[in-house]
Ligand binder design. Structure first.
Ligand code: CA
Length: 232
């Protein structure tokens, strides 16, 4: 039995019940389901969950406002949030990710996808490691040694620029995690030249080329940003 507490915030009853039913079937029994942003904030305050599935389009306080309130409060900032959005809400997804939401799913979603995201966010959250000098990141045949600024692919050393290295390290540290261009800019700035969002796209093209057949691991998430997909 999964012990994690999950809070479902969804104003559409059908979807709320379906999500609840499927999570219960999967073994998540500590579930709270609420309909509004106000109720969500109260529920988090009364009993902080391990994960929140947050619909963005809610009556009253909308999902993004809930996300901002939780992520800007030291007591709740650590709680992972998966945003649930409609296809037309891509711009909101970008804003939410930049506020610190962990992931998102787009309606209509399959139960399989929803459960996979829940599992993956909970797993990532319990395994978040800080890098110390000498640490090595292994992703299949790709080996990154941050301390030495070295990347090896199938035992061959890759010749990456400063910025390419920083982007690869950022993405590969958290497989499955979507980063917006703006987040990537903020993480890699202060390097060899001023980095803009457009420059990130150019760097990604160069990086994929150098990674060869492995380049597909760096996935473009249209309208949102990039992620390192270790499962494809
Ligand atoms: Ca809704």
């Amino acid at each position: 039995m999964a012990k994690e507490k999950i809070l479902i915030v969804e104003d559409e009853e059908d979807i709320r019940e379906l999500v609840k039913y499927n999570l219960e079937r999967e073994g998540y029994t500590s579930l709270t389901a609420v309909e509004t942003g106000e109720e969500a904030l109260t529920a988090v305050k009364n009993s902080p969950p391990d994960l929140i599935l947050l619909d963005l389009m809610l009556p009253g306080i909308d999902g993004l406002t809930v996300c901002r309130k939780l992520k800007s409060n030291d007591n709740t900032a650590h709680i992972p949030i998966i945003m649930v959005t409609a296809k037309s809400e891509e711009a909101d997804v970008v804003v939410g990710l930049e506020m610190g939401a962990e992931d998102y799913i787009v309606k209509p979603f399959s139960t399989k996808v929803m459960l996979a995201r829940v599992r993956s966010v909970l797993r990532r959250h319990s395994q978040e490691e800080e890098l110390s000098p000498g640490d090595v990141i292994r992703r299949n045949n790709l080996v990154i040694t941050p301390g030495k600024r070295e990347v090896r692919l199938d035992n061959q050393m890759l010749d990456l620029t400063f910025t390419e290295f920083e982007i690869l390290l950022l993405l590969a540290r958290r497989p499955g995690w979507v980063y917006t261009r703006n987040q990537i800019v903020n993480e890699v700035k202060g390097s060899d030249y001023p980095v803009t969002e457009r420059a990130i796209d150019v760097q990604i093209v160069g990086l994929r080329k150098k990674l060869g057949v492995y380049g597909g691991k760096i996935e473009t998430i249209r309208g949102v940003g990039y992620r390192f997909n270790n499962e494809n």
